[in-house]
Each structure stands twice: as C-alpha cells, then as structure tokens.
Ligand binder design. Structure first.
Ligand code: NAP
Ligand code: ZN
Length: 351
C-alpha cells in the first residue's frame, strides 16, 4: 500500500478538501502512475455534488488521467518505468461477456465495470475507487492507454473522456464526408465533438446557447454556428441533419433537435442531466423514421485508436490548466457554461 494525497468532496455541498488514502501496491499485471494532469469532466461535478444517485463520500473524482509510470508488475508489457501512460473512465470489467470480448467494456453485460472513481473497489484498498484528483493511481495494464509524448500533455488528458465520448458515437453513426453533423453545446465534450466531426470530413454545425463562443467554434472546425435560442435560425436547418450529438448537461426540449433530422437521422444523447428531459414528441420521430439514441464513452481498444488518431492529426483539447486548489471555482464556472473548453488540473499543485 502507498499513501496518496488527493482532493475529495466530503458531501454534496462542502468545498473540496485534501484527503489522504491508500493505493494498493502494484500487482503482477498492474501499472503505477504518478499523475501529472487530470481533466475536469461535468460527470465529476454530477457525482461530487450528488446529482446522480449513489455517491459515496469522501469522493475523489477524475477520469481524464495522464502521467508517468513509476512501477510495473512482473507481467506488464508495453509500459515502462519513466514512460507515459493514461487512464480513462474504467479500470476493470468482467472481461468474459460478449461486450467485453468485443472490446466494448463500458457495456459489460454483467454490469461489472469498475469505474475509475465511486465504484466498489475489487481490490478492497478502499470502499470505492478514487480517481485522478490525486497524485498517484494503480491500474490493471488492460485499462492503461498509450499517449504520444509529442503532444501537449495537459491537453491530451481530456481525450480520455471528452475525446472518446464524442469520437465513438460519431464513428458509430457514420460521421464523415457528405454527412451533416450537429453538435449541441460547446463545452468539454462539445468542443471535441466539433473537432472530430470536422476531422472526419463532415459538414459540422455547432448549436450553442452562448453567442460569444461562435468565433471559437469556427476556429475549432465548425462550418456553421446556430444560436439555439433563435427559432428562425433553427428552422432554417429543419430536416437536414444526419446526426446530432447532444452534450448538454441539463434537461431541455429534444423536439427542437429531432425536427432538424432528415429521414433516418439520429439524435445521439451523451449528456446525462440530473433530471429527465421533457418527453419527446413521437410524431416528430415516426414521420421520418428518426431515432433518439445514447452512447457511453468508448471501449479501451477504440480509446487507443482515438488517441493514435489524435497523435497522427495533432488533435488535442483546448485547456485551461488550474491548480487542484481552484477546483470549486472551476465547478462554479462549469455551471455557468464558462469553460474554454476543459479545465485540467496540474497535479504538481499537490506535490
Ligand atoms: P460542460 O463542459 O459543462 O459542457 C456542457 C455545455 O452544455 C455547456 O458548455 C453549454 O454549451 C451547454 N449548456 C449548458 N447549459 C445549457 C442550457 N441550459 N441549455 C443548453 N445548453 C446548455 O460539460 P461536459 O463535461 O462536456 O459534459 C456534458 C454532459 O455529458 C454531462 O452531463 C456529463 O456528465 C456527460 N458525459 C457523458 C458521457 C457519456 O459517456 N455519455 C461522458 C462524459 C460526460 P454552450 O455554452 O455552447 O451552450
Ligand atoms: Zn467524463
């Protein structure tokens, strides 16, 4: 065991505070990583603030982790002491069900995914897993990812959740040349969605509630920007989209987006608000065989594919690097949609 310093939420409303806990010693197949940077996902906020059921306190969030390997178990291959390694939203799964065998561990059919934080700890080092708002983590090599040392490392961290969560559905629903793709919300997920849709060659349209983000959206790869509160601007796009990826973290009217889909188009929800969206209109769906779908992060194999794609294309997140001690302020700004476009914690601030 090794004592690790992190920052934890001790209940749903208290400010974050320092928290010391034990990490297991690396076992045979484990990689121990000194965390350098950890991105701040809106899921961290939902969990820490008790907006989703089942938060166990103290809660140490963080699932966009990059760092340097400090120790490896005897059977570890491909990760060496001193090299870089990354960890995303999962640290284990059953490994045996059809989904796990297909490399879609996030959809483990035994419901046996160990999430990087707030999940029962199979190794019993602690009651639940603790994430990347901390200086060190120990992870099974099967859930460690390789990252390029050519990219700005702090800007690579958000790829581990915001990146894969947008890359995977855009690939699955066929975003590419000749397709018109919408992305709703220019936050952590949304800005990566815009970058990937553009990189895949799709005609990319950003929907935003923040007119001040329009110029950034174009710089990030949007061909068009629509202010979603402007009904006539929305109406101009009626029936024209193949895919709309919705990253918004609060309940909103989905009909505004389903009506923009062409025949067989899909509104893909990735945002997970605390409360349900208003029930969508069935009439708008059946008329053009439209669908509303959802997607959860991406499997380990696809996450590595996405990281390699980003390394090849020089794609990273737009980040604002903060010390750990400013996490509460970062959450407050996230709630005001004032993120450009992902906060990333520099863990040097805890050393
Ligand atoms: P974020 O950085 O806070 O971005 C959310 C964006 O939504 C905001 O920047 C804002 O963009 C827009 N927005 C905020 N309030 C709005 C409102 N009232 N009406 C319309 N749009 C609004 O959050 P994130 O980290 O990208 O996460 C987004 C959601 O995805 C969260 O619910 C998170 O838990 C979820 N998530 C899901 C998965 C998955 O696997 N499915 C993975 C990670 C995260 P504009 O200013 O441009 O309007
Ligand atoms: Zn996340």
């Amino acid at each position: 065991m090794s004592t690790t310093l992190g920052f934890a939420a001790f209940d749903a409303t208290a400010p974050f505070a320092p928290f010391r806990f034990e990490r297991r010693a690396p076992g045979d197949g484990d990689v121990e990583i000194d965390i350098l940077y950890c991105g701040v996902c809106h899921s961290d906020l939902h969990t820490a603030r008790g907006e989703w059921e089942g938060t166990v306190y103290p809660c140490v969030p963080g699932h966009e982790i990059v760092g340097r390997v400090t120790r490896v178990g005897a059977s570890v291959e491909g990760f060496e002491v001193g090299g870089l390694a990354a960890v995303g939203c999962m640290v284990d799964s059953c490994g045996a069900c059809p989904s796990c065998r297909e490399g879609l561990e996030q959809y483990c059919e035994r419901g046996d995914v160990t999430w990087t934080y707030n999940s029962p700890d199979k190794h019993r080092a602690a009651p639940v897993t603790y994430g990347g708002y901390s200086t060190r983590i120990v992870v099974d090599q099967r859930f460690c990812l390789k990252v390029s040392d050519k990219l700005h490392l702090a800007a690579v961290a958000p790829l581990l959740c915001a990146g894969i969560t947008t890359y995977s559905p855009l690939k699955h629903w066929g975003a590419g040349k000749g397709k018109k793709v919408g992305v709703v919300g220019l936050g952590g997920l949304g800005h990566m969605g815009v970058k990937f849709a553009h990189a895949f060659g799709a005609h990319t349209v950003l929907f935003t509630t923040s007119p001040g983000k329009a110029e950034d959206a174009r710089r990030l790869g949007a061909d068009e920007v629509v202010i979603s509160k402007d009904a006539s601007a929305m109406a101009r796009h009626a029936g024209s989209f193949d895919i709309i990826l919705d990253t918004v973290a609060v309940p909103h009217d989905l009909d505004a987006y389903t009506s923009l889909l062409r025949r067989d188009g899909a509104l893909v929800l990735v945002g997970v608000p605390e409360l349900p969206h208003p029930s969508p209109s069935v009439g708008k769906l059946i008329g053009r065989r439209r669908s509303i779908a959802g997607s959860l992060i991406g499997g380990i194999r696809e996450t590595q594919e996405m990281l390699d794609f980003c390394a090849e294309r020089g794609i990273v997140s737009e980040v604002e690097v903060i010390p750990m001690q400013r996490i509460d302020e970062a959450y407050a700004r996230m709630l005001r949609s004032d993120v450009k476009y992902r906060f990333v914690i520099d863990l040097a601030s805890l050393r």
